[in-house]
Write a protein that binds this ligand. Structure first.
Ligand SMILES: NC(=O)c1ccc[n+]([C@@H]2O[C@H](COP(=O)([O-])OP(=O)(O)OC[C@H]3O[C@@H](n4cnc5c(N)ncnc54)[C@H](OP(=O)(O)O)[C@@H]3O)[C@@H](O)[C@H]2O)c1
Length: 394
């Protein structure tokens, strides 16, 4: 049952604030928080939380993610909680449960699909009824894709399949690698292979709209003068976008019967596309095997570490959406996101999600996606702070 909380100490608490993305998110919050927003940083280590809180001139809250009583107190004290404490399927469940109990809106950076499915099964109905908005996937996966597809679908005169192409430059965080490894330790690829894994009714969605017949890993994209290759983040981006379409359809605002979404990397040549495919195959091979994970743990970036300041500043993500056949598109739109995807883009997306939730901009309750929780308003916010601009395409 939802506890009655009449007054809360904070509008927003950022959990996991002492980690690599957490610190960046805390700095972004300090920059963007509107006057009067009561916010705090939180984490598991009291001295590091106190140091960060002092540095930013805000309050600090100590809560280990696995200490149920501590995260319960944390969730009860705030109207909104954002979390950077991942792997989320390892540390995040008690916090989500506490947010549901206290009717606290919540956003995080997870891309751990089977965990999101668990949250949907356990909390979507109750949160829909209570008006509590939970938005996992509030980082680079899956805000840019989900909001761009929503904008594109709304601008089409008739429904059409949409294909997304990312060009990216950025680094890898130790926390992201740890989450990827944890995913494969806890689940098998078959557990998240279903193309409609996150839909309200995955089987019914699959029957109604079998995914696009495979184009193969490498294929030409003449309209964009490039080549398509597999993209690491596509599995989660595609499934979240499909969930958005299904939830919006329940309210009569879906993307139409002809809607499909699939996503790829865009590169300049067939050779490069083959190299990217090979690299992704090697990464998958390492992640899925215990011996491979041992190698990654030894040689890869460690939790708490990430790219250099320069690499974070100089990174980018460019997302081009093509509606209709690739040979003869009905429409092409492109969005340029500034900064390293895993860090600058991610914390800007997360922070604007939290500020929008604190400002009462959520469209409904439930275990939602960026498009269904906040929709075009979130894209406006991100455009307003210069995180993204839409490019003119010829
Ligand atoms: N969606 C995206 O695009 C995106 C981008 C970047 C990162 N991520 C995800 O975000 C998460 C964090 O990434 P990161 O690079 O910031 O990793 P990180 O530097 O290793 O940070 C992990 C955070 O979790 C905290 N933590 C660990 N155990 C905890 C516990 N028992 N209770 C409470 N907090 C605990 C850590 O606390 P300490 O500071 O005390 O160690 C730290 O703050 C990862 O899951 C990653 O996959 C997603």
């Amino acid at each position: 049952m939802r506890a009655m909380v009449t007054a809360r100490d904070f509008d927003l608490i950022l959990q996991g604030a002492t980690g690599f993305t957490g610190r960046l998110a805390a700095a972004e919050l300090a920059r963007r928080a509107p006057a009067g927003l009561r916010w705090a940083v939180a984490g598991r280590d009291d001295s590091r939380v106190a140091e960060l809180a002092d540095h930013l001139g805000v309050s600090g809250v100590v809560a280990d993610g696995l200490d149920e009583a501590a995260v319960d107190r944390l969730a009860a004290r705030s109207r909104v909680v954002l979390s950077c404490a991942g792997p989320f399927s390892r540390y995040g469940t008690p916090l989500v449960e506490a947010c549901v109990r206290h009717g606290t809106h919540y956003g995080d950076l997870t891309g751990e699909m089977p965990w999101i499915r668990e949250l949907i099964d356990q909390h979507h109905e109750a949160c829909s009824a209570a008006g509590t908005t939970l938005v996992p996937t509030s980082g680079f996966d899956c805000v840019p894709t989900d909001l761009a597809v929503q904008a594109m679908a709304a601008s089409l005169p008739e429904p059409a399949p949409i294909t997304g192409f990312f060009q990216v430059r950025g680094g890898l965080n130790g926390g992201t690698l740890a989450s990827g490894m944890h995913l494969y330790e806890r689940w098998t690829p078959a557990d998240f292979a279903h193309p409609y894994l996150l839909d309200p009714q995955p089987r019914a969605s699959l029957r109604a709209a079998p995914p696009h017949p495979g184009r193969g890993f490498v294929f030409p994209v003449p309209a964009l003068k490039g080549w398509g290759a597999p993209f690491l983040m596509s599995p989660v981006n595609e499934r979240v976008t499909r969930r958005s379409a299904a939830l919006l359809a329940e309210d009569g605002q879906g993307y139409g019967d002809g809607f499909r979404y699939d996503e790829h990397l865009l590169v300049g040549s067939r050779l490069r596309a083959r190299m990217m495919t090979g690299a992704l195959g090697v990464a998958n091979g390492l992640l899925t095997r215990p011996g491979g994970r041992r190698l990654l743990r030894f040689f890869g970036p460690k939790p708490g570490k990430g790219p250099s300041e320069r690499s974070i500043r100089d990174g980018f993500a460019r997302l081009t959406l093509v509606a209709g056949p690739l040979e003869q598109p009905a429409a092409v739109r492109r969005w340029n996101w500034n900064g390293d995807p895993s860090n600058l883009i991610t914390v800007r997306c997360l922070v604007q999600t939290g500020l929008a939730l604190a400002a009462g901009e959520a469209r409904r309750g439930g275990v939602l996606t960026p498009a269904t929780a906040l929709g075009p308003r979130l894209l406006e916010r991100l455009t307003g702070i210069g995180a993204v601009e839409e490019a003119v395409t010829d």
